[in-house]
Design a protein around this ligand. Structure first.
Ligand code: TRP
Length: 340
């Protein structure tokens, strides 16, 4: 990711579906960047409970409960509510209203071609029985982004199709009202490791695959996860040369270990042979324990006072709602829907 291209004039909007606690994949893909970017520009962080419901209506309590959990994850990694506006999507009805107009600017065929939607439909086995709200959530996401006139969206690479679709809507809207009311946006994706593999070596760390390390993982969870971690299945004896590419332990060392030289040395040694999995795993475990201990401690600290967290969300939501309401009235005025 090239942070240098982001200036204090930029406005950032990003968020997460509240379907579960956040994990190391989120940390690498976007949380780390948000902690840095909040120092530089205005940042809005959305707890996307309404989007989570598009495929979780049968699980609304899980979605509700995870609003607090994701907020705790944000605070735990160092997102500061004095610098970032954290808010609850369902409490900003202006977003839904905006989305309802945007739906007139996208076709069903285009939504069905959105690569992320396509993947998710396959994963969920919907075939043709797709909840309409699910199919159309890219329009809702366009509303989330444009309501804040966000110029930057720091996300993992799976969200790039959403940004492209948002910009199509922006251009179409501006063209149809012949005024530059909405602002185009840009995805900011970390260059390496924007998609952290699961501990099992599968392409993506994901709760549904059960291959995650959550930000609240206990020391024992971390130990177990590293122990089970996929390495090089052909590296049978310590003396054998081992593969570094596709070896999850090395992928994680690259993503998290602060000492690049040490990691390079381990890689060379592993490739030559004579370095066992237990040794590289020990380095990784130590590094993850050290990194996650303060995150877990902060999370526990905030978790002791949920009403203070809700109060923080209330303040953020009020602020976010003001901004979204302003954009909505500009949008409506541009369409002549300002009757009196
Ligand atoms: N789609 C994102 C996710 O899957 C959540 C989200 C909703 C979002 N609205 C957004 C992300 C706007 C960035 C910008 O977690």
């Amino acid at each position: 990711m090239n942070l240098d291209t982001i200036s204090s004039q930029d406005i950032i909007l990003t968020g997460d579906r509240t379907t579960g606690q956040l994990h190391l994949g989120h940390y690498v893909g976007s949380l780390r960047n948000r902690v840095i970017l909040q120092e530089r520009c205005a940042q809005f962080l959305l707890l996307a409970d309404a989007q989570a419901l598009t495929d979780n209506m049968g699980n609304y309590l899980k979605v509700r409960d995870n609003v607090l959990q994701v907020a705790l994850d944000y605070l735990a990694v160092g997102i500061d509510p004095a610098k970032s506006t954290i808010f609850i999507q369902s409490l900003v009805p202006e977003l839904t209203e905006l989305a309802s107009y945007y739906l007139n600017l996208v076709t069903v065929a285009r939504l069905e071609r959105n690569p992320t939607i396509k993947d998710e439909i396959k994963q969920r086995g919907y075939e043709r029985d797709i909840p309409a709200g699910f199919l159309t959530y890219p329009a809702a996401q366009a509303a989330d982004i444009t309501a804040f006139k966000a110029t930057i969206v720091p996300v993992g690479d799976d969200q790039i199709p959403m940004i492209e679709q948002t910009n199509e809507i922006v251009r179409r809207f501006n063209a149809s009202v012949d005024q530059p009311v909405l602002v185009e946006t840009r995805a900011v994706v970390p260059e390496v490791g924007s998609r952290l593999p699961g501990i099992d070596g599968k392409a993506k760390m994901s709760k549904s695959l059960g291959n995650t390390i959550t930000l609240s993982a206990s020391p024992d969870d971390i130990r177990q996860a590293v122990k089970m971690m996929y390495t090089d299945p052909t590296h049978l004896r310590v003396a054998d040369p081992g593969q570094v590419e596709g070896n999850v332990v090395f992928t994680y060392l690259d993503a998290f270990h602060p000492d690049r030289e040490l990691v390079q040395g381990l890689k060379d040694h592993y490739r030559r042979g004579g370095l066992g999995d237990t040794v590289i795993k020990k380095h990784l475990e130590d590094c993850l324990q050290e990194m996650l201990a303060p995150i877990r401690a902060r999370r526990e600290h905030y978790a002791q006072d949920p009403s203070a967290v809700l109060e923080m969300l209330k303040t953020g939501t009020r602020r976010a709602r003001d901004v979204a309401a302003r954009t909505l009235s500009e949008v409506k005025a541009a369409m002549g829907l300002n009757y009196y």
